[in-house]
Design a protein around this ligand. Sequence first.
Ligand code: ADP
Length: 598
Amino acid sequence: MKILVLNCGSSSLKVGVFEIAEKATEIFKASYEQFEAEGCTYKITKDGKTETGEAPLGDIAAVLVSLPHILAGYRITQLEAVGHRIVHGGENFRTTAVLDDPTIVAIEALTPLAPLHNPANLLAVRIAKQVWPNLPQVAVFDTAFHSTNPPRATTYAVPKAWRDAGLRRFGFHGTSHKYVAIRAAEEIGEPLRDLQIVSVHLGNGASVCAVNRGESIDTSMGMTPLEGLVMGTRSGDVDPGLFGFLSRQLGLSVDKVEAALYSESGLKGLTGSSDMRDVEDRASRGDANAQLAIEMFAYRVRKYIGAYAAAMGGLDAVVFTGGIGENSPSMRRRICDGLEFMGLRLDHDRNQCVELANHAAPQIQAYGARVRVIVTETAEQLMIARETAAALAPKATVPEPIPVAVSARHVHLSRPAVEALFGAGYHLTPAAPLRQPGQWAASERITLEGPKGRLERVAILGPERPRTQIEISRTDGFALGIDAPVRDSGKLDGTPTVRLIGPFGSLNTDGLIVAARHIHTNSDDAGRLGLADGMLVDVHIGDEERGLVFGKTLIRVGANAVTEMHIDTDEANAADIRVTGEGSLVADLRAVAVANRD
Ligand code: ADP
């Protein structure tokens, strides 16, 4: 599938053409900028050759209208779809969207949230619709990857009326953070779902993202791309009290202050230059302002890395990208130095000799360091092309219903735990077989105790396991007073501790989780349903009235497993189903397969 990607800003246009097969390959790349009445500058790369020059195209619209002709000149024809970068997707666009008329109207309505960016993005959409009326067009939103941020990360502690008006944190650079996290997982050779990654995008705009087991859980940009790190011309975090101070002391209006925070602050405000190369040169020649700017820039990034390691409760890798992250070994070193205490240590030679051609993602941590440090070019256009292809892939509907079982809170106990709770040499009594072969519910029960309260008569499922695992619902977590993370079964490192109380004794053990929803299946059923181990699918459960689609349901293929989806009691209540029910796969299976292969 040949996909045209348009990334249209207020003053520049980036164009990419990708061939999407087993892998996505960029076959044409262009950028147009420095627009003036008589023309603009361009840079075009095709077949490994780059040419630059000036074109008599006075604005972005003129370039867009000429694109078919320009592409044909490079023998690029037969496009099959257009993918657009759209900066702001607001609350509602949590994933990619096919650009039909209502979608365009909905994006237009988000203009107050991104007054510079969304209108520029939509200009490209409108013109592309005229130029290629028969091609499907897809919006890929910068905010979408962060739609998994929980309310505690997205909510500002401000009056309700403001929040009701739409004030909240969204985050940006999502396509970049998603791409580099996927690329880092590939490089590490472990599923993204098992990794805790801090993605550090340092360009003219800069942001950090906590990618916890594949999902963004927090990011440094907020309601607007102004919050967070020190940037080229943006301040990043400031005390909002400055509005009052500057109004009283300097008589500055809100608009003036806001404009200066966007365009006259950051590196530019500190040094006069927004360009890090410049700032580094000046600092090395002894310019004290440039030295302070560099220290502030690095310090702010380091604080966010520490904060996000704490937010995730662990850290496997830090990934640097963006013009500064990719190209400045001294900035990477300043950021990482001093983080040895959390297992993050650079290899200075590797840091110095980073080579990034061909989507390389070199690891630059010191030998034996627990946390990996990776550098990679961001590839937002490539990601947009992949997501566009995924959004347009034919929907595979599987008519066959999948049985759904509701798992109430329960524990799996290890041998030492059984002995601590029931006495030395004790063996649990199988009372009722479960549908999964070889598994049973025991007649014994135990109590769970947390700082807030107890859950009595909790079921024990056998047989014993090497490690104790306690599965509760989010609601149970509030009853206990412990915030349990959502985890796949068996992924227990760094999970909270809870007290188990039995008739003989008690013990404190980690292993407390909210089990991630999943579908057990065997290879025969999986083959028939078009599923594979590790895939994530969407499943519709419940009736017309209260039914819900449960996204990101993990497929677990086991030799003798009976096909059955497991959800917890909160999920079942939300979809209004009781102990058992049926679900149907609604996933776009090809798209999901592509996403997982990434
Ligand atoms: P954008 O956010 O506009 O895409 P980029 O990702 O291209 O920006 O990053 C631009 C920033 O990267 C500039 O501050 C530039 O000075 C910086 N940069 C590029 N190359 C280097 C380098 N070799 N050393 C330090 N900074 C660099």
